[in-house]
Design a protein around this ligand. Structure first.
Ligand code: PLP
Length: 387
């Protein structure tokens, strides 16, 4: 007997990232496919979680998260985003930025609603929308610098459009949306009464003297933006599953009920570790990791250039899309496999980030590796792909 499954299962498959990770394990290679940051977790974050466990903070928290973490997020967003938030009604802690995005989408969107995503996109955003029966509408950013063409955005709006997703700095392109671009988005959002859902998980990683412009800081977006971010990347705690959504109380309230149904709450002692990190780490900490990623970006992009895999040098985040169109193989998967076979370095074939074949000449590497691992990857690429 086969148990009947929902229609949404038909559209679900193993992500390219997981598939390449498996291929990488097969050849015992260096995994630059997965977006995992290998840096150490800050001591105060670990100590905060350990102290919380010892003190008995091991039971459910409120679905909106512990007061300590909500207050720490409010203080953080006052410093970085200039927001004056009520931690009791405008902040929800969830299972990573992923959980926060899902709960907010559940609260705002109905099946059939259309949502604008910028291409190249982060696959989880697309899968989340599909799983809810929503319809992603893609607006392609213009290579090589991935700028936004305003007409492309207005052309994608239909009467069914409900929201725009802005991932800045973006995975996989490393694009950092400028104030001018956010103003364009604001104009369209206002004209069509759209919500703006952000994903700012890489907000602290911006290069070449750029700054992260939080969409909510654009006056015309202030009351229609749900700001989503998390601690996975900045504290190197991807397995702790901690993120948050911030916005008007009439959105965060229902999103919190839905978050309760799916996740119940974030891990209790880990929330207290993250709160300690937010409260105690100084701006120097954030600057230092951004600088470290920038040095690694430069090192890796130079190697890619020298073997003819021209990089789209990222402005932020810790991924780079490289041009692999000249490598042997009929498509992006075959070419990424060629790189893996020749060098033992895994990447993600470019079509994972586009709705059509536009990514067929691209692959994505994550360069947030420990220095010795990145050095080894660079050497392997030079050895395996030069000339
Ligand atoms: N958003 C983006 C754009 C990402 O690239 C990732 C991880 O790769 C996530 C969210 C996942 O965040 P979290 O671990 O907080 O769920």
């Amino acid at each position: 007997m086969r148990i009947r499954k929902s229609q949404r299962c038909a559209g679900i498959s193993q992500s390219q990232i997981r598939a390449m990770t498996r291929e990488c394990q097969r050849v015992e290679g260096i995994n630059m496919a997965q977006g995992i940051c290998d840096l150490d977790v800050p001591d105060c974050v670990i100590a905060g979680a350990r102290d919380a466990m010892d003190a008995g903070a091991n039971i459910y928290t409120a679905p909106e998260g512990t007061p300590e973490l909500r207050e720490a997020v409010a203080a953080k967003l006052s410093r970085t985003h200039g927001l004056d938030l009520n931690p009791n009604s405008e902040i929800m802690i969830s299972a990573g930025a992923t959980g926060a995005f899902y709960a907010v989408c559940l609260a705002l969107l109905d099946p059939g609603d259309e949502v604008i995503l910028f291409e190249p996109y982060y696959g989880y955003h697309v899968s989340t929308l599909h799983s809810l029966g929503c319809v992603p509408r893609y607006v392609r950013l213009q290579a090589p610098d991935w700028h936004l063409a305003p007409a492309a955005l207005s052309d994608a709006i239909t009467p069914a459009t409900r929201a725009i997703v802005v991932n800045t700095p973006a995975n996989p392109s490393g694009k950092v949306f400028s104030l001018e671009e956010l103003n364009v988005i604001a104009e369209v959002a206002q004209a069509h009464d759209l919500a703006v859902l952000t994903d700012e998980i890489y907000e602290h990683f911006v290069y070449d003297g750029r700054s992260h412009v939080p969409p909510v800081s654009v006056p015309a977006l202030a009351d229609r933006t749900i700001t989503i971010s998390g601690l996975s990347k900045v504290f190197s705690i991807t397995g702790w599953r901690l993120g948050y959504a911030v916005g008007p109380a009439d959105v965060i309230g229902p999103a919190t009920h839905l978050n309760d149904m799916v996740y119940v709450c974030g891990p209790s002692p880990l929330q207290l570790g993250a709160a300690r990190g937010l409260n105690e780490l100084s701006p120097d900490y954030y600057r230092a990791i951004s600088d470290e990623h920038e040095v690694k970006r430069d090192q890796f992009c130079e190697v890619l250039t020298s073997v003819g895999l021209t990089p789209h040098v990222p402005e932020g985040a810790y991924y780079v899309l490289a041009d692999i169109a000249e490598l042997p193989g009929g498509d992006d998967h075959a070419r990424a496999m060629h790189i893996l076979e020749r060098t033992g370095v895994a990447s993600v074939p470019g079509r994972a980030f586009f709705a059509d074949d536009a990514g067929v000449g691209l692959t994505r590497f994550c360069f947030a590796k420990k220095q010795e691992v990145l050095d080894e990857a660079c050497e392997r690429i030079l050895r395996g792909l030069r000339g």
